[in-house]
Design a protein around this ligand. Sequence first.
Ligand code: SAM
Length: 234
Amino acid sequence: MSNFFACILTLFPEMFPGILGASLPGKALKDSLWRLETLDIRSFADNKHSSVDDTPYGGGAGMVMRPEVIDTAISAAETKFGPFARKIYLSPRGKVLDQVLVKELTKASSLLLLCGRYEGVDQRVIDAQGLTEVSIGDFILAGGEVAAMAMLEACVRLIPGVVGNATTTDEESFERGLLEYPHYTRPAVWSGREVPEVLVSGNHAKVREWRRKQAEEITRERRPDLWKRYEKSQ
Ligand SMILES: C[S@@+](CC[C@H](N)C(=O)[O-])C[C@H]1O[C@@H](n2cnc3c(N)ncnc32)[C@H](O)[C@@H]1O
């Protein structure tokens, strides 16, 4: 049984579990294969108007999330749930999430995920709390919630028992440093297009070889960065 646990700090707890409550992650959540908690950052704003943000020092557009509110929220999460293996701030400035990091995070077992809004979070609380910044890609979202969901969906499907067939994840894109080969299903001819002959040959060794070659070709064409690393590893 997995102990994977994630606690989300967000201004929008009602967004969760969201997509994480559906399909495989949702079923796994119901079956207690993992656990999700949310804390509302606003409930830790110790001021008359429950304000969580303020104007940036140095001027400029937008608002910044206040350090003492975030600090209190993180401390409250630690008091309630115990220490976290990893404390993460979803941030476009962070290390870009990839399958290697997803595996590492899944093994970490307890994650605190801070979702920013506005221009982001005061740098001092990021430093003081030792938060690791993680990005889900080189683009700007309105907030960290979708990023947290994407990260968790990727982690949860690696928990044993979540994806039915254990071999399904072994051959996926990135598992062997390659993108995945193309897939086909019935009918054998669709709209005048035939399934590659080797796939209906019944020769498993040939099928494996064809798939490996396809995966290599697609990776070389589409992702020179991955291809370079793969070539080096061979
Ligand atoms: C509008 S963004 C702030 C962007 C920030 N001012 C910048 O330029 O780096 C608000 C929040 O969305 C989240 N966010 C936006 N893009 C993200 C990404 N690519 N990956 C992870 N989180 C992201 C972060 O939590 C961030 O604090």
